[in-house]
Design a protein around this ligand. Structure first.
Ligand code: CDP
Ligand code: CDP
Length: 227
């Protein structure tokens, strides 16, 4: 079974995807981490445009399963970089949507993601999974929540690592990224026509998992997606 989870930042995509991956025996692929890795490369090596595209083309982005955590590893310029934490910094967050709007960068990553999805048995989250990466996914979910709720969730996570960060900065980053991601020309953040939208505002993680499990089970009963 292939499950596509899309939605804006802080809607719970990665939290829910990891739980569902365990429950259903699927491989979780965090496509946001791949775009974040490109933004990280741009910032670290001071490269943009064609030079960034060239570097990304020559970079291997791997996910390494390590007990409960998934490490993000880059192989570039003959070196290996574990960028798991580095791709989550506010600097990378502020840069990523601009990099993700680059058509050529999207082409390179979408190709890698399609290849990963062809293994079957995956749950992939991002912005364009149901529309571009796995348009024939057996289950498509569009997770959403109010911008205030999403900002509260993200602030709660970030303030432990970055005590100086303010709620307004976190909200501002999410609002700006939502806007860039929704308005870009190539593969914008969009609910696929056949995706089920789940508004997670006011719901607990368990409640969201239950809601999606109902959708998965319905599909299985309908015999459309037996593994
Ligand atoms: O979880 P959070 O919203 O912080 O971000 P993410 O899922 O790690 O994605 C970071 C950024 O990557 C998004 O804001 C998009 O600009 C981009 N992205 C994308 O364009 N397409 C995807 N399939 C996944 C992420
Ligand atoms: O991947 P995305 O940016 O959509 O969200 P995330 O990184 O999974 O972050 C969501 C945060 O909100 C996590 O700290 C979750 O514990 C929390 N949360 C949630 O995901 N879903 C709810 N229904 C309630 C809280």
């Amino acid at each position: 079974m292939r499950i596509a989870i899309d939605g804006p930042g802080g809607s719970g995509k990665s939290t829910i995807s990891k739980i569902l991956a365990k429950k259903l025996g699927l491989i979780y692929i965090d496509t946001g981490a791949m775009y974040r890795a490109c933004a990280y490369i741009s910032l670290k090596f001071h490269v943009h445009g064609d030079a960034l595209e060239e570097l990304v083309r020559n970079t291997e982005i791997d996910f390494l399963q390590n007990d409960d955590t998934q490490r993000v590893i880059l192989l570039l310029k003959k070196s290996e970089y574990d960028v798991t934490e580095a791709v989550r910094t506010p600097e990378v967050s502020a840069k990523v949507s601009e990099v993700a709007a680059d058509k050529k960068i999207r082409e390179i990553l979408t190709k890698k993601q399609k290849k990963l999805a062809s293994r079957k048995n995956v749950i992939m989250d991002g912005r364009d999974i149901g529309t571009e990466v796995i348009p024939d996914a057996e289950v498509k979910i569009f997770l959403n929540a109010s911008v205030d709720e999403r900002s509260r969730r993200r602030y709660a996570e970030l303030k432990e690592k970055y005590p100086e960060i303010s709620f307004d900065e976190v909200k501002d980053d999410l609002v700006k990224r939502d806007e860039t991601d929704t308005k870009r020309q190539t593969a914008p953040l969009l609910k696929a026509e056949d995706a089920v939208e789940v508004d997670t505002t006011g719901l607990t993680v368990d409640e969201v998992v239950q809601e999606i499990m109902k959708i998965v089970n319905k599909k299985r009963e309908a015999g459309e997606s037996i593994q």
